[in-house]
Ligand binder design. Structure first.
Ligand code: ADP
Ligand code: MG
Length: 764
């Protein structure tokens, strides 16, 4: 807690996150309110600044009082005491847990303003563009009250607009855009091209989603360069394989494996000796596995659709076509080949970063979410963050019913439909959380047969979804949505304007129904939290069947005897406990995959930091020119005399950066191959991670040295004139176009319904 110890010192105690103490501060703060209420706006703003004059907080209770009063004047919200308590915790650098609907947006903005008063810049990290725009607009009066600027980032902005936006003291931005900007800034050849200027603090909303669930999603920056297409023949051969005999799918549905028979058939059809020979293990076997993966694990209309002759991914967690997503290149090509489509040219991957590595770039991270407690271990292990639980302002009135367990998926489905219908009959609003779009649609179709019109959220934009979700608490509404859809939207009873609030309260509030348990209890909690905002009545219940993923995967190899009634309902404490156990197992698996995968990523993330430093020194100093002078002093001197020192500094910079960047890009591609082939070598019982590390370290050592040599060599012959260095004439052009995307290679996503389950297993 270096640098923040002052805070607790200032409060006269070091009992850490002791709730009692922070409550005392808040109570003290409330008493100060009277004395502050009389100040003019100007005086109040002055006070705030004075309280943090030396970059730290001199008087925490008073600062909270000032922030609260400013909130009241600018936004019309008088913060509840629990909100002030949460602000304190954020300022101290915790992840706070505060239930849905308790007002985290305001809490985040107050904390961000507090940081700004201390002279710090803040990135408020959101899960989508809609929320970044909404929160920046909503909270700007508070921030601006103290004379600070606030801005937000959206995808459509060009570089100058972004550069301008990032100048603000507080920037609201979707996590993906923050990452893409980091990657693009990694290609600049002079400092003034950068759009980001760094920030002191990342304040992450929906912190568990960003920091845990999506932590290992790689953001990718690619440049145009034709890539190799996978052989169509392999796809044909794989299409002929027979399930079970030739290949199997492992118990947790994460990977498809060739059996020995299958391998022999492939060898026969391809006319090769052995897939596992040195000649084939690196290329053919990888391609066969990709084709098998595309065939066995990725289903058309579930994981992707074919539209306009192209494969478009469906993000099953969000239930929509994922416009900007691709699978890792090999998989994308394999699916295209399977569908008989033209295989798109792969670009050259210039750089990639995971959200976890992105967050690691901030000197300080804090965050807020409705469900942090269940992520405590991950937050501590991966980010050294502590969780603070903030009590609710009004007592929770939501009734959480025990899971309703059915023998089969069909019986469960019938029971869910019946439950919805009977709630709907009396007019009570129902929000159903499903696992994927196809389930949502199936359910909506059944409801339609019963004359119940359900709003199904999918394939729409965040803003529209937010509007629909905002109305989900209205009389007679039935809303069917996947886990992630419409997150961050407030569901008020009786409609967004609460016109029929009393009637809905009378009926018991919003009823939340989960159609299956998630792989982690935390995700269940997120869904439950949609009901019962700010002390509203409400209820939640999850349906489970013994066919469900969680039970099959978590209970693999175990069985339980159940005695269902005529409708398939099982009411048995032992079965209930067994299901809890299954969910704990799947939770443990997710954590294990996360740590394993991170082990692979961590090394590259560390190497990336070194590249960053190298780039910075090339951009900000004359190190590049010095290197050239060392190699060919005569040419440097001649050219300097002709074109001047400044031009030569820039020319050297571009030359060295070019080779450094391409070297890094090659390194990433190479390590990707290594990672894939190493997985296959694991069969030969080598320890994959150690081998991976050994190769990564060795290759990286050569990278910088070889970039330097190649730059020096090129310098001898490359043309340099009054307009600078002509790399393109030497066939060394940087990609003329770049694009960004997210790889849906997310073993940890949402409800365990990652688009690409199998690939995660490659990292094991
Ligand atoms: P969360 O992000 O915690 O789920 P939001 O920030 O979306 O919650 O806020 C939920 C609702 O609470 C919003 O409609 C907001 O207007 C309201 N709200 C927040 N703080 C206060 C307050 N101090 N007084 C009254 N209403 C508040
Ligand atoms: Mg929120």
């Amino acid at each position: 807690m270096a640098g923040f110890g002052w805070f607790w010192d200032a409060m006269g105690g070091k009992t850490g996150r002791n709730q009692k103490r922070s409550k005392q501060v808040v109570a003290q703060s409330a008493k100060l309110h009277q004395s502050i209420a009389g100040l003019s706006d100007e005086e109040l703003s002055q006070q705030g600044r004075a309280l943090c004059a030396d970059g730290s907080i001199n008087d925490a209770p008073k600062l909270l009082a000032v922030l609260a009063e400013a909130s009241k004047r600018t936004l019309g919200y008088t913060p509840f005491e629990v909100q002030s308590q949460a602000v304190l915790r954020l300022l101290e650098g915790d992840v706070i847990q505060m239930d849905t609907g308790e007002g985290k947006t305001l809490v985040g903005a107050m904390a961000a303003t507090g940081f700004a008063l201390m002279g710090k810049t803040v990135h408020c990290v959101t899960v989508n563009e809609y929320l970044a725009r909404r929160d920046a607009a909503w909270m700007s009066p508070l921030v601006e009250f103290f004379g600070f600027t606030v801005a937000h980032i959206e995808e459509s902005m060009d570089a100058p607009q972004r550069r301008e936006a990032y100048r603000a003291s507080i920037v609201y931005a979707p996590v993906t855009e923050l990452g893409f900007d980091v990657l693009r800034d990694q290609l600049i050849t002079s400092r003034d091209q950068a759009v980001q200027h760094g920030a002191d603090i990342a304040l992450v909303d929906e912190a568990d989603s960003v920091l845990v669930d999506e932590a290992l999603v790689p953001l990718v920056l690619a440049g145009n360069e034709p890539g190799a297409a996978p052989a169509g023949r392999i796809t044909q051969v794989v299409a002929k394989l027979r399930p079970e005999q030739d290949f199997s799918i492992d118990g947790d549905q994460r990977n498809a494996f060739l059996s020995e028979t299958g391998a022999r058939r492939v060898e026969q059809m391809l006319g090769i000796d052995s897939l596992y020979s040195d000649e084939h293990v690196g290329h053919t076997l990888v391609q066969v596995n990709l084709a098998l993966h595309a065939r066995a694990m990725l289903t058309r209309d579930v994981h992707y659709i074919v539209r306009d002759g192209k494969v478009a991914l469906i993000d099953t967690a969000k239930g929509r076509v994922a416009e900007l997503q691709r699978w890792p290149d090999g998989v994308q090509a394999a699916v295209e080949a399977k569908e008989g489509l033209a295989v798109t040219e792969g670009g050259r991957i210039l750089d990639t970063i995971t959200l976890q590595a992105l967050m690691g770039r901030y000197p300080r991270v804090c965050g807020m979410t409705g469900t942090a407690v269940e992520a405590t271990d991950q937050l501590r292990q991966f980010y050294d963050l502590r969780v603070s639980v903030i009590p609710r302002n009004r007592e929770n009135q939501r009734i959480d019913y025990p899971d309703r367990i059915y023998a089969t998926a069909e019986e469960k489905f019938d029971a869910i439909v019946e439950d919805i219908a009977s709630l709907h009959r009396v007019g009570r609003p129902v929000l159903v959380g499903t696992h994927d779009v196809s389930e949502s649609e199936q359910l909506a179709a059944r409801l339609a047969e019963l004359g119940i019109a359900a709003n199904v959220l999918n394939a729409k934009n965040d803003e529209e979804e937010a509007r629909i979700i905002a109305e989900a608490g209205d009389i007679g509404r039935v809303t069917v949505s996947t886990q992630m859809a419409g997150r961050g939207t407030d569901i008020r009873l009786g409609g967004a304007d609460e016109r029929d609030r009393d009637a809905v309260v009378e009926l018991g509030g919003l009823a939340v129904i989960g159609t299956a348990l998630h792989r982690s209890k935390r995700l269940d909690q997120q869904l439950r939290g949609r009901a019962g905002r700010q002390g509203d009545p409400g209820s939640s219940v999850f349906y489970v069947s013994l066919d469900d993923d969680v039970v099959q995967v978590g209970g693999a190899g175990e069985s339980v005897t159940a005695h269902p009634d005529a409708d398939g309902l099982i009411e048995d404490k032992r079965v209930y406990d067994f299901i809890q156990h299954c969910q704990r197992v799947t939770e443990g698996q997710l954590l294990e995959i996360h740590s394993q995968t991170w082990k692979y990523n961590k090394l590259l993330a560390d190497q990336r930091v070194i590249i960053d430093e190298r780039r910075a020194s090339l951009l900000d100093t004359e190190a590049g020119l010095d290197a050239l002078r060392e190699h060919n002093a005569q040419r440097v001197e001649e050219l300097e005399q002709r074109y001047g020192h400044a031009l030569m500094v820039q020319a050297a910079r571009e030359l060295l950066l070019y080779f450094l960047d391409m070297g890094w890009s090659d390194h990433l591609a190479h390590m990707d191959d290594v990672r894939e082939s190493i997985h296959l070598r694991a069969i030969a019982r080598e320890t994959p991670i150690d081998e991976f590390h050994r190769i990564a370290v060795r290759e990286f050592k050569q990278l910088a040295q070889s970039a330097l040599h190649r730059a020096q060599e090129t310098f001898d012959t490359v043309e340099i004139d009054a307009s600078g260095v002509h790399l393109e004439d030497a066939g060394l052009a940087r990609p003329s176009a770049t694009w960004t995307y997210m790889v849906s290679d997310n073993p940890l996503s949402g409800g365990g319904n990652s688009v690409l389950r199998g690939i995660g297993a490659i990292f094991r």
